[in-house]
Design a protein around this ligand. Structure first.
Ligand SMILES: *[C@@H]1O[C@H](CO)[C@@H](O)[C@H](O)[C@H]1NC(C)=O
Length: 230
């Protein structure tokens, strides 16, 4: 019994982590307004540097091209609805980003440093230490990035902004963000107890509340996650 209790507490703390994840969705709106508020001055940058900024749901990456311009791969829903280049080239808000992510539409585009940073301070070349491969010469990195500018199909897990920059700078497209996410997913799936507990909890809630959102939500979330992973 005690064992079961500690196990439940463990699982609840895991759930609360997900709740932090959810709350960042609602904060996305305020962030749009605040993004010009406080920003650290960017460090001295060189063409070909790998830039990194924390964004609402993940870390965003880009390649500096010089003259205050950054090439980055970013999901965007707008090109699906319009071909108005002026509209499309405006700053990508979180709503456009999230919808683009779900619709799997992304572009490699060039933005100003400010638009790329989206209100956060920029980290430079941080991945160099973590990668097996040596970085290319900065000029080559920038040229590789420039060759890829244009629309591509976006898959959250297999072709994201981190793959883009690692391909440009180190020659192999990898994403530690995705690897971490997959590891986390795998460990949850592998844990047989999760299956038992979630199905038990589901059963109990169906018995006591009927078809409440809590019971119907997983049936939507699971196929959705699989679809995003594809
Ligand atoms: C980033 O790395 C390159 C070498 O790969 C170096 O020339 C450049 O100065 C670095 N930039 C910063 C801001 O550290």
């Amino acid at each position: 019994m005690l064992q079961l209790l500690t196990f439940l507490v463990e699982k609840l703390s895991l759930l609360s982590k997900f709740r932090i994840f959810e709350s960042s969705w609602t904060e996305a709106e305020d962030e749009d307004l605040q993004r010009h508020a406080h920003r650290c001055p960017p460090p001295a940058l060189r063409r070909g540097d790998l830039l990194e900024v924390p964004r609402t749901l993940f870390t965003h990456y880009g390649i500096y091209l010089g003259d205050n311009r950054v090439a980055h791969l970013i999901p965007d829903i707008l090109p699906v609805f319009t071909s108005d280049q002026k509209l499309i080239s405006s700053v990508i808000t979180n709503k456009r980003l999230i919808l683009g992510c779900m619709y799997r539409c992304a572009t490699v585009r060039v933005d100003t440093l400010e638009d790329f940073a989206y209100g956060s301070s920029i980290l430079v070349n941080r991945t160099d230490k973590m990668m097996k491969n040596q970085a290319f010469a900065n000029e080559d990195v920038a040229k590789r990035a420039e060759k890829l500018i244009g629309g591509i199909q976006y898959s959250l897990l297999w072709n994201n902004c981190e793959h883009f920059v690692t391909y440009c700078r180190y020659g192999s497209a990898v994403s530690r963000q995705t690897e971490k996410f997959c590891e986390c997913l795998k460990s949850i799936i592998r844990d047989q107890r999760s299956v038992i507990v979630t199905s038990l909890l589901g059963l109990i809630s169906i018995i006591s509340f009927g078809m409440a959102p809590a019971t119907t939500l997983p049936t939507i979330l699971i196929p959705f996650t699989l679809w995003m992973a594809g």
